[in-house]
Design a protein around this ligand. Structure first.
Ligand code: IBG
Length: 222
């Protein structure tokens, strides 16, 4: 075994992308094994690799971890991206859970039926601009620091940048009203490990296309 974490998922963002971001930000090399067809998932289910018969699954440190949040918690703790004490961790948890909620909206846009797409789009943009982004703009304004929590890089910064970039794919000027998020984006994007992940050819996945979803549905739902 190479010793590198091995990620099991389909070849797309979905629920694995925040894990890819965290590992990349921590400077950890990882391997991926892509599910291409239903049988690839069935094989993992039958050989006992998946605690709840679901992916994402990450092989790391002799474990087969499932549940996105559990995996992210482990990586964030191991690589010191989870604050320095209980109170910092509580703040990070609140920020990250909000970001997971917004991520869910953005991630699910592509699977909306045609007749609901427009309404879904309006709702997710409203939530981004009027519920979530103002919170992070205020956090940065109130403490005047470079990072969201404890003046050092944490998973909250990494996950916020991921979401900002994803939201900009839908609406390029979405940060227009958020000057501190604009400078945050530039600053965090410039951290060497993250800068590398943002270069073409990295393990970062492109926006999910309709055809990727059709393929994923075949693997996960049929
Ligand atoms: N709570 C779990 C987690 O966070 O890890 C949910 C995991 C989950 O929903 N896994 C799906 C699965 O394995 C694949 S991601 N399904 C098979 C089964 O038998 O339940 C599905 C998904 C995609 C894109 I693709 C967006 C959101 C979800």
């Amino acid at each position: 075994m190479s010793g590198k974490p091995k990620l099991h998922y389909f070849n797309g963002r979905g629920r694995m992308e925040p894990i890819r971001w965290l590992l990349a930000a921590a400077g950890v090399e990882f391997e991926e094994s892509y599910l291409e067809k239903k049988e690839d998932l069935t094989k993992l289910q039958k050989d006992g690799s998946l605690l709840f018969q679901q992916v994402p699954m990450v092989e790391i440190d002799g474990m087969k971890l499932v549940q996105t949040r559990a995996i992210a918690n482990y990586i964030a703790t191991k690589y010191n991206l989870y604050g320095k004490d209980l109170k910092e961790r509580a703040l990070i948890d609140m920020y990250v859970e909000g970001l997971f909620d917004l991520n869910e909206l953005l991630m699910m846009h592509v699977v909306q039926p045609a007749d609901q797409k427009q309404q879904h789009f309006a709702n997710m943009m409203d939530k981004a601009e009027n519920r979530y982004f103002p919170v992070f703009e205020k956090v940065l304004k109130d403490h005047g620091k470079d990072f969201l929590v404890g003046n050092q890089l944490s998973r909250a910064d990494v996950q916020l940048l991921e979401i900002i970039l994803m939201a900009e794919e839908y609406k390029p000027d979405i940060l227009a009203k958020f000057p501190l998020l604009q400078s945050f984006k530039a600053r965090i994007s410039n951290i060497p490990t993250i800068k590398k992940f943002l270069q073409p050819g990295s393990q970062r996945k492109p926006p999910t296309r309709e055809e990727d979803i059709a393929k994923a549905i075949k693997i996960f739902r049929s």
